[in-house]
Ligand binder design. Structure first.
Ligand code: HDE
Length: 702
């Protein structure tokens, strides 16, 4: 049977009763797929029955009804109908990749975790980045917190650091999490807006919860619109504990620092990007890994003891507060490298189950009430999302170290041990496993005592001081972005009272900010400042809180958008491409037609984007190298004019050929400033790329 072609060649006559070739039988190059013979596996049903025809359902006559007995059709459709699992209730949209964590500085004095005992130790890692509010199909550039969840497959079991790209959180007690998430998700009566905090419910909730104000500053900042998942920091957020072999504990906060530095887009770009490429972040991560440009982060820790915790201005158990790096420096102890994309998005990225309670000996929790609540929620939600308690049998969730326990049965159980012993203790000769008191996980012996009460600790009462510190630590450009973001979001809020309540909180953060926002909204009368539970204090500026003060000063990992036309100067194009490559960046060619252009030397240059599919928002810097005729053609095209006008408005560095001036003029860009370089040779190309290392020419817009 295998030797017989299952598909017959195309019939000459479309009217024939013979089955005709289906387009799916043709490869991308138009060649006809081979019928299953030789090494090509034959198609079967899930039961293994060979399939004879995957194009046509079984009918009573060519034009007759479909028959119930069509086992192949029914099984195929049944399985398709069940393909989806519930999306995550938060962080539904995410993207994952594999890699490893390598220890660069051993810390046995701090923790007994096997991983950290020796420099050079490596463990496999899986990381899933996500947005929080949007559903699975929402766009990547929503203004939102990014999840930064890391699963480390250590020799002592899986350790998950389920963090975010923002070091503080909206709320102090897990009790309020469902309310927070309900408020930011689409409003329940109308089912919109999707993946946005710019609506009444969100601002109503946070303005009634002053503890959210510090985090509100962060999500209104550029941190919430990262340029790439590769260019953002990550934080464990809560205070955790390291426990060493002597059973001594220290407090620890975890940090991920991107090797290529931090970078964000501007809001206007984010809005366009969401339409131009809703997959901007996942595409960027996929492309970087596939091209061998492996994203990397340093793992850092802030370690501190009870003495520091007692003198710190805030409670280290309060997740709405951070510890400035100037107060407790970050010690780098490892590096995280992502070097492999997933083989199957569903099996890995979708089914991965992170949980804050997955920790290993040498690490422990603290009494942070947010963390304590999370320890319940993750396991609970995964049982529903993944359909039962056996999701650790799915390869992405299974430990990579040996594991033995007596948990058994349940839906889809894949590990089904043999033998009689399924309880402990037992008398059977192979009766293990047994608990190992010495190597096993031990909670730190912490004295716990107190009255059983529903209370919020007094030490959690300062809601504004760190919000003020964050705002005042930003550059002028960044402060402007925060004010603009607040004005944008509050302008989408319909109820004036909610807008005013937000401004009343801003007055406790910074007068100037409150004024800017009130002015941006066109508010007639300034409201009274909200009554603070504790009077805010002025804290020192913390430069580490700003993105721009810590700019990368490199073009490595960044992308230049090169707009070209027929007749463009081949030397300029070649020189520029070499300069970008030397700096570790990439070039994407944008042209009027996707097959590319013929340059001045007669050679062709293929394009990756047709002009209307390659707006300048996709790029970190742009070059417009066009001939005079080319510029004349582009002038008539709206996407080409927008390419130039947007690059200018978004403060991008621009390299231009002489002829490009005509396009700029037509785009309404009549200024020529220091952020623009007119190219005439290789030297200028190198100078231009050096300028691009600053990433934006902020002087243009500030
Ligand atoms: Fe989560 N969070 N969260 N969260 N969270 C989930 O677990 C929850 C919080 C974070 O890529 C859910 O498997 C509660 C802080 C990430 O799969 C759920 C509270 C931080 C991810 C859940 C918080 C996070 C989640 C939904 C307040 C940063 C995505 C699906 C007490 C430190 C993980 C799931 C992934 C996902 C609960 C607050 C980060 C419902 C109750 C703070 C990165 O269990």
């Amino acid at each position: 049977m295998q030797d017989e072609p299952l598909y017959r060649p195309t019939s000459d006559s479309q009217m024939s009763n013979e089955r005709t070739e289906h387009p799916a039988e043709r490869g991308q190059g138009g060649e006809l797929h081979q019928t299953p013979r030789g090494d090509t596996p034959r198609m079967t049903t899930a039961q293994g029955t060979p399939v004879s025809d995957d194009q046509n359902s079984l009918k009573a006559g060519a034009r007759g009804p479909t028959l119930m007995e069509d086992l192949h059709f029914r099984e195929k459709m049944f399985h398709f109908d069940h393909e989806r699992i519930p999306e995550r209730v938060v962080h539904a949209r995410g993207y994952g990749a594999h890699g490893y964590l390598e220890v660069t500085d051993a810390i046995p004095e701090l923790t007994s975790a096997g991983l950290f005992q020796k420099e050079g130790n490596r463990v496999p890692a899986f990381v899933r980045f996500s947005t929080v509010a949007g559903s699975k199909g929402s766009p990547d550039l929503a203004r939102d917190v990014r999840g930064f969840a890391v699963k480390l497959y250590t020799e002592d079991g899986n350790w998950d650091i389920v963090g975010n790209n923002i070091p503080v959180f909206f709320i102090q007690d897990a009790m309020k999490f469902p309310d927070l998430i309900h408020s930011v998700k689409p409003e329940p009566d109308r089912g919109f807006p999707q993946a946005q905090s710019a609506h009444d419910n969100f601002w109503d909730f946070v303005s009634l919860m002053p503890e959210a104000m510090n985090m509100v500053m962060w999500v209104m900042s550029d941190r919430a619109i990262p340029r790439s998942l590769r260019f953002m920091e990550g934080f464990g957020v809560h205070t955790f504990r390291f426990v060493n072999a002597e059973g001594e504990g220290t407090f620890v906060k975890f940090h991920w620092k991107p090797k290529l530095g931090m970078q964000s887009v501007v809001w206007d770009e984010a809005v366009t990007l969401n339409g131009a490429d809703p997959d901007f972040h996942r595409r960027d991560l996929w492309n970087a890994i596939q091209s061998g440009d492996f994203p990397e982060w340093e793992l850092g820790v802030q370690v501190f003891d009870d003495a520091f915790a007692d003198t710190f201005e805030f409670d280290v158990l309060d997740a709405t507060k951070l510890i400035p790096e100037e107060q407790v420096p970050v010690r780098i102890i490892g590096r995280l490298v992502l070097d492999r994309v997933v083989d199957n998005f569903f099996a890995e990225t979708e089914q991965v189950a992170f949980c804050t309670q997955n920790i290993v000996p040498g690490i422990d929790f603290t009494d942070d009430p947010l963390l304590q609540g999370r320890n319940f929620s993750y396991l609970d939600t995964q049982t529903k999302r993944l359909g039962g308690p056996n999701f650790t049998h799915i390869p992405i969730n299974a430990p990579k170290c040996p594991f033995h326990h007596f948990q058994q049965d349940g839906h889809m159980a894949m590990h089904n041990p043999k033998g009689r012993a399924n309880y402990e203790p037992n008398s059977w000769s192979q009766g293990g496993p047994r608990a190992a008191p010495k190597q096993g996980f031990q909670s730190i012996a912490e004295r716990v005592q107190g009255d059983k009460r529903r209370v919020r600790s007094e030490t959690f009462a300062d809601h504004y001081s760190q919000a003020r510190q964050f705002y005042r630590s930003q550059t002028g450009v960044e402060q402007g972005h925060i004010a603009n973001a607040l004005v944008f979001e509050l302008s989408k809020v319909e109820v004036p009272g909610i807008r005013e309540r937000v401004v009343s909180h801003l007055l406790n953060i910074d007068d100037g900010l409150a004024q800017d926002v009130a002015e941006g909204l066109g508010l007639w009368t300034m409201p009274k400042a909200a009554d603070p539970a504790r009077t805010p204090i002025d804290l020192p500026v913390s430069d580490k809180l700003s993105i721009l003060k810590n700019g990368p000063d490199r073009f490595e990992g960044r992308k230049l958008g090169l707009l070209v036309t027929d007749g463009a100067d081949a030397d300029l194009v070649g020189g520029l491409m070499d300069a970008v490559e030397e700096a570790g960046g990439t070039v994407e060619v944008v042209a009027p037609k996707v097959y590319g252009v013929t340059l001045s030397n007669g050679k062709t240059l293929a394009a990756q984007q047709k002009i209307d599919g390659g707006p300048s928002v996709l790029y970190d810097a742009v070059a417009i190298i066009v001939s005079e005729d080319g510029a004349a053609d582009l002038k008539a095209m709206h996407p080409a004019r927008a390419f130039a006008a947007d690059a200018y408005a978004h403060a991008k560095f621009m390299a231009l050929s002489e002829a490009a001036g005509a396009l700029l003029d037509a785009a309404g860009v009549t200024d020529r400033d220091d952020g623009m370089t007119v190219l005439s040779g290789k030297a200028e190309a190198a100078g231009f790329i050096k300028a691009c290392c600053k990433l934006r020419y902020w002087d243009r817009v500030s």
